[in-house]
Design a protein around this ligand. Structure first.
Ligand code: NAP
Length: 471
């Protein structure tokens, strides 16, 4: 499918590309401000203003491109029957947000397709947005962070980056982003013999912070490799807005979510249905949205840990002897669950903060003994599996201080850390002749069930994706 997009918007281009449409971008350069002023002076309806602007854009480019379909789009924000375009200045944005906070406004998104200088299709979508209440300091902080990059957005926000500004939304993700891809595809499918194109599923990873996350690279690589339409994005959401933001994003059509620190426990409590694994681990990292917007929560960290172990070490036998787990944080819960499931006969749990390990033991299995952090080396001679789930040994963190000279060379040593790829613990264990397993494979494998559930294809964990994630 070939289409000219009469717009400079990177987001509109991205939406079309995620829908597997080959798109040519041509900037229409029309004087939007004077056209809008003249339409207002002629008492044009609010709906007609973006529709006419979209038409101007498509028509101008269509005139120069006979035989080609040209899509023009426009979006305006309407608050109390007044139209708002892009904010002219920082001050303008602050004033606008003071008006919009705690109130409802509408986004009107117009889409027009021209061919051979004639309009052949048009669609207007209206989205109802309710913004949270914000005080002046919160607005000032937001503008300090967002300006000037936000200056080309008519609302003074990018919904895809800060959905937590909104308490409720009635509408569709793509309409909010400025291009009504569902109706556009519906029309293009009617006019073509080829296999119908479908609306791209959108999945997001939510965390706070989130910029370090490798998940977008991973899932986009799998989407490309499998030639699937769809997108995977990262969104930073503060804890107090997490649950409501998930509900808002599910209501506008997102297909699912990955959830990372610090939202994994909250993800479990907001779900309508919870897998046995997530329930036993006490947290969720993978959410799937059903057609009726119900949310199903799962935890794939335990799967990721065990798959990585199995893929890396050919002759590891869970039942061969006791395991020692260092750490009792979120990751330790998943490791503990998967080792118990795999049939490890006894687990020693050792954490700097003993109370945290004891709490974990109470919620888990009878196979577990808690030992003091200072005593961790005493148990090394009798174990056959050692797993570091602490952050010790990671780049920028203190070293893991452990002498493994009494550990059997037949033991398996796993470290969840993947930065560096080979930790001091793994290096020392390799030197002894132990089988060693690094953390990168767990990260990759935990993504597999989620991707398959959202996009319908089971992806492969190969060397190329490992290289990509490590870049
Ligand atoms: P977490 O819940 O914050 O737990 C951190 C753990 O590290 C706790 O047991 C903590 O002990 C311990 N710790 C931190 N500083 C310590 C110190 N100075 N001395 C002794 N112990 C210390 O974090 P998490 O989610 O479990 O993650 C832990 C590590 O696993 C991180 O490095 C993370 O990157 C990695 N991870 C990797 C994957 C993967 O896919 N490969 C997945 C998840 C996590 P206290 O309880 O005493 O504070």
């Amino acid at each position: 499918m070939d289409l000219i997009l009469a717009s400079q918007s990177k987001m509109r281009r991205h939406i079309l590309e995620c829908s597997n449409i080959a798109v040519t971008i041509v900037s229409p350069n029309i004087d939007e401000e004077s056209i809008t002023k003249s339409l207002i002076s002629e008492n044009a309806s609010l709906r007609d203003i973006p529709d006419t602007l979209a038409e101007y854009k498509a028509k101008k480019i269509s005139n120069k491109n006979p035989g080609r379909s040209v899509l023009g789009c426009d979006q305006v924000l309407v608050f109390k029957n007044q139209i708002y375009g892009k904010p002219a200045s920082r001050k303008d944005l602050i004033e606008r947000l003071r008006l919009l906070q705690g109130q409802n406004h509408r986004l009107i998104t117009a889409n027009v397709i021209y061919k051979d200088t004639k309009p052949i299709w048009r669609h207007v979508a209206i989205t109802h947005m309710t913004m949270h209440s914000f005080n002046n300091t919160e607005i000032q902080d937001y503008v300090d962070r967002a300006w000037p990059s936000i200056s080309d957005s008519c609302g003074g926000y990018y919904f895809e980056k800060t959905p937590h500004l909104f308490s409720a939304v009635r509408g569709n993700w793509f309409d909010i982003l400025g291009l009504s891809i569902g109706p556009v595809l519906g029309f293009l499918n009617q006019t073509s013999e080829r296999k119908p194109l479908t609306v791209p599923p959108i999945v997001a990873v939510l965390g706070h912070p989130i910029s370090h996350s490798k998940s977008p690279q991973m899932h986009r690589y799998w989407l490309n490799k499998s030639k699937l339409n769809g997108d995977y994005i990262a969104i930073d959401v503060p804890p107090k807005h997490f649950s409501n933001t998930i509900k808002v994003l599910a209501s506008v059509g997102l297909s699912g979510f990955n959830v990372t620190i610090p939202h994994k426990e909250a993800a479990l409590t907001l779900a309508d249905k919870v897998s046995t694994t997530a329930d036993k681990i006490g947290s969720a990292n993978t959410l799937t949205v059903a057609k009726n917007c119900d949310i199903y929560a799962d935890n794939t960290d335990a799967y990721g840990f065990m798959e990585n172990l199995r893929a890396s070490s050919l002759n590891w036998d869970a039942k061969s002897g006791p395991a020692l787990i260092l750490g009792a944080g979120g990751a330790a819960r998943a490791v503990l669950f998967s080792l118990v499931e795999a049939g490890v006969p006894k687990i020693y749990l050792c954490n700097r903060t003993r109370a945290r390990a004891e709490e974990l033991m109470e919620t888990s299995s009878l196979l577990i003994d808690v030992i003091d952090w200072e005593d961790k080396e005493l148990w090394l001679p009798q174990i056959t599996t050692l797993v570091n789930t602490t952050s010790l040994g990671m780049i920028g963190k203190p070293a893991l201080d452990i002498n493994i000279s009494t550990l059997s060379k037949n033991a398996l040593v796993a470290d969840l850390i993947y930065s560096p790829l080979e930790t001091d613990l793994l290096r020392a264990a390799s030197k002894k002749g132990c089988q060693v397993v690094g953390g990168i494979g767990m990260l990759l494998h935990q993504g597999v069930p989620g991707f398959e559930g959202w996009f319908g294809v089971r992806p492969n964990v190969d060397e190329e994706i490992e290289r990509l994630v490590l870049e």
